[in-house]
Each structure stands twice: as structure tokens, then as C-alpha cells.
Design a protein around this ligand. Structure first.
Ligand SMILES: *Cc1c(COP(=O)(O)O)cnc(C)c1O
Length: 227
């Protein structure tokens, strides 16, 4: 038998998080470092969207869990690791370079898949987190996705500064939401596809939703603090 975890507590925390979200917001349960038994427990409640940060960890978990899970890759993705997840990953949230976009396109083509992606924007003013600056974002958009027939840009993702300064976090999310609305109107994106704004984690889900998030990535509020 696998070592026990408090399943009732996990289920309770999951519903507390789920029920606090507006129905149009997709909940991604961030299961990085969590054992498959805990993922399976949420799957058994009907939940399907899970987020992982590490390509090898995701590659290893994938065959041990039901095939209809929607795996979201939310971490920083190195081009040489795309191959581990390219056969099955549902949405890649952290695309932060043209090089990575090309690699995703190449691998998706080899798998005869269309890969949905989000562009990660650097919004945390005081922190060095991965993401595109406004200039690079423009580059990606004006350099048309010529020849990249196997990737679809579905929206934007961002992480706010890790700070108790609420107005600042709120302002960062609102900045990203404004950019999202602007890009939606740009001729370079298909507004029917460009619909997802991934922002908000356990510590800042409320300001993210207030600013217009459509996808929240929540780990510790569901699974407990990471050890
Ligand atoms: C770990 C992680 C999360 C979830 O963080 P919690 O604070 O545990 O909710 C969300 N997004 C990204 C990119 C992460 O790496």
C-alpha cells in the first residue's frame, strides 16, 4: 500500500478552492512534486486539468494516470526537453522565446498534433522571472507564424511579484489583462483562438480573477505546502 495521505482533507481543500472560483475560470490543479495517488483522488472527483513544472516528472507520471487528463505544462521549458512532453501535453503556458515556439512546432509536427501554447509575459516588476518583454512579444506577433502550422497561440500567461503589496500585484495583473485585450484585437492573432489569460496562484488568486483571469494555477491551497 502506498503511504497514507489525508484524502478527506485533500478533497475538502479542493472543493473549497473550486467553489470559490467563478464558473468561467478554469482551475488547474498544480501537482508538481505530488504523488500520483493524490492526482488520482482528484481525478476520481471528476477533475481533469493538472499542471506540472518539470518535463521528466511529467513524462514519468503520464503513463501511470488516466489518458484523458489534460496536462498543462506551466514551468520554464528548455527546448531540449520539449520531446518529453510533446506527444501529449494539452497546453504549454510558459512560451518565452521564438526558439521554443519553433521547437514546439517541430515536435508537434512529428507527432501529427497541433500544440496549443500561451506566451509568457514578464509582469513582475521587481523580480527576475521568465517571460517576454513587450518588445519580444511584438516580435513574435509581427514575425508571423509562417510555416508554424502546428502551434496555436491561445493567449497569455504571467506571474505577479511575490509580495504582500496587494495594489502592486493588482496593477501587474491589470497590466497583463490590458495587454491581452490589445493583442486580441491585433491582426496577428485569431480572436476565436486567443481566449486564455493564465494568471493567479494560491497566494494571489483573488486579484488575478478581479483583473480578468480565465485560468488559475493552484498548488499549495489544494495539496498543502510543498515539503
Ligand atoms: C508552482 C506553481 C504554481 C502553483 O503555486 P502555488 O503557490 O502552490 O499555488 C503556479 N504557477 C507556476 C508557474 C508554478 O510554478
Amino acid at each position: 500500500m502506498a503511504e497514507g495521505f489525508d484524502k478527506d482533507e485533500l478533497v475538502q481543500r479542493f472543493y473549497a478552492v473550486r467553489n470559490a472560483l467563478p464558473p468561467h475560470v478554469t482551475l488547474i490543479a498544480v501537482s508538481k512534486t505530488r504523488p500520483i495517488e493524490q492526482i488520482q483522488a482528484l481525478y476520481d472527483l471528476g477533475h481533469r486539468a493538472f499542471g506540472e513544472n518539470y518535463p521528466q516528472e511529467l513524462r514519468d507520471k503520464y503513463p501511470l494516470l488516466p489518458a484523458d487528463i489534460e496536462w498543462h505544462f506551466i514551468g520554464h521549458l528548455q527546448t531540449n526537453k520539449v520531446k518529453y512532453i510533446a506527444p501529449f501535453v494539452h497546453l504549454v503556458h510558459g512560451v518565452d522565446s521564438v526558439k521554443l515556439l519553433h521547437e514546439l512546432n517541430k515536435r508537434a509536427a512529428a507527432e501529427q498534433r497541433i500544440q496549443d501554447v500561451l506566451l509568457q509575459v514578464h509582469i513582475a516588476v521587481e523580480e527576475t522571472k521568465h517571460g517576454l518583454g513587450p518588445k519580444e512579444l511584438e516580435q513574435i506577433l509581427v514575425a508571423p507564424l509562417n510555416g508554424m502550422e502546428h502551434v496555436r497561440i491561445r493567449g497569455l500567461m504571467g506571474m505577479a511579484s511575490n509580495t504582500a503589496d496587494r495594489p502592486k500585484v493588482q496593477a501587474e495583473f491589470e497590466g497583463l489583462a490590458t495587454l491581452f485585450e490589445q493583442m486580441k484585437r491585433s491582426p496577428s492573432v485569431d480572436p476565436a483562438l486567443f481566449t486564455q489569460l493564465s494568471m493567479g496562484m494560491s497566494g494571489d488568486v483573488e486579484p488575478a480573477i478581479a483583473a480578468g483571469s480565465t485560468m488559475v494555477r493552484i498548488g499549495s491551497a489544494i495539496f498543502g505546502e510543498r515539503g
